[in-house]
Design a protein around this ligand. Structure first.
Ligand code: NAD
Length: 311
């Protein structure tokens, strides 16, 4: 359960915060979670919330097909876990009952903590946060799962609710990866950070804090590594199998960088590299031309069946 201990704020983020009041105590108000986007991250977040935190979830997606695909995938995952003895058939039915899917965006408004997980496109996210600011209650936390976009910029779109915006950056696959980055914008209140941190813990995750800088910590390090692997492929330094093999078997990475790129989604990889490149202006972040070409071709990795490998 949520640890209701005292959480103070101030300089937890390693830089002076504009919002300087401290929070004397924390009372959980999260009784229902909303997730926007039923893609690989949104579904993963919804499942962990329903399974570990045992919270009811409203999962909204603008695309009915995405919801159908996710529900089928969820069934498969749950069946697998039941057959492995992770939990009973009855438990898995309970998890399914806790997740309510819909295409009606406004259904999300009566939840206490909303996590947005739509594609990594600035205008898509800012439009959503403007709507959330207008439609949600004054204490609903508005969180983004962005991989790289400025949380301050997203918060600025949530007019009147800027202090309620934060990022809970879950990693992929959500059920497996323990770490979650908590990133606050300049406007984020200590109370919002406290609620986000405790919820993440209640979901069985380990929060770590980073400042609102392009790519934050995880993708500032991970994506240039993946991009460099793609440049190695496009410049003929190695074949895809060799690039993946040496990083996996020689550098103890759990999977090769090109397989990882397929798994993340090449559109997401490109979007993150573009944010790093355009916000810093540093050419060391220039996206690989091959990455751009593959996205242009619609070869987005595992989710489209074709990327560096075929699925
Ligand atoms: P995805 O493409 O798998 O899913 C996105 C979903 O959002 C789709 O189902 C789509 O139909 C839906 N959507 C699009 N517009 C919408 C709208 N206006 N309203 C409601 N739903 C909408 O993407 P993903 O990989 O799940 O990534 C989602 C976010 O999480 C991105 O910001 C991404 O950068 C971030 N992220 C991704 C990974 C990863 O490994 N894929 C890891 C961490 C963070």
């Amino acid at each position: 359960m949520i640890n209701r201990s005292v959480i103070s704020s101030g300089t937890r983020l390693g830089r002076t915060r504009l919002f300087s009041s401290s929070v004397p105590s924390y009372e959980s108000t999260v009784k229902r979670i909303g997730v926007i986007g039923a893609g690989q991250m949104g579904l993963g977040i919804a499942l962990v919330a329903a399974t570990v935190a045992k919270l009811p979830v409203t999962l909204v997606d603008s695309n009915e097909l995405s919801i159908d695909k996710s529900l089928k995938f969820m069934d498969k995952l749950l069946q697998k876990d039941v057959s492995k003895g992770k939990y009973s058939h009855q438990d898995s039915e309970g998890i399914k009952e806790r997740i309510h899917t819909t295409t009606v965006f406004e259904s999300i408004f009566d939840t206490d903590f909303i996590i947005e997980a739509v594609p990594e496109i600035v205008s898509l996210k800012t439009d959503i946060f403007a709507k959330l600011a207008a439609g949600t209650a004054a204490n609903t936390v508005l969180s983004t799962n962005t991989s790289s976009i400025s949380v301050t910029k997203i918060a600025a779109a949530a007019k009147g609710a800027e202090h309620r915006v934060v990022s809970t950056h879950f990693m992929n696959p959500v059920s497996v990866q323990k770490g979650v980055e908590i990133i606050s914008g300049l406007q984020t209140s200590p109370q919002t950070i406290a609620t986000a941190t405790e919820l993440v813990k209640e979901m069985g995750k380990i929060p770590s804090v980073s400042t609102d800088s392009p790519g934050f910590i995880a993708n500032r390090i991970l994506l240039p590594y993946i991009n460099e692997a793609i440049i190695c492929l496009e410049t003929g330094i190695g074949k895809k199998e060799d690039i993946d093999s040496i990083m996996k078997n020689g550098c103890a990475m759990p999977m090769g960088p090109l397989s990882l790129a397929d798994f993340i989604g090449l559109d997401t990889c490109l979007a993150i590299m573009n944010v790093l490149f355009t916000t810093t202006g540093d050419t060391k972040y220039r996206p690989a031309i091959l990455l751009q070409s593959m996205v242009d071709a619609g070869w987005l990795g595992k989710k489209t069946g074709k990327g560096f490998y075929n699925y």
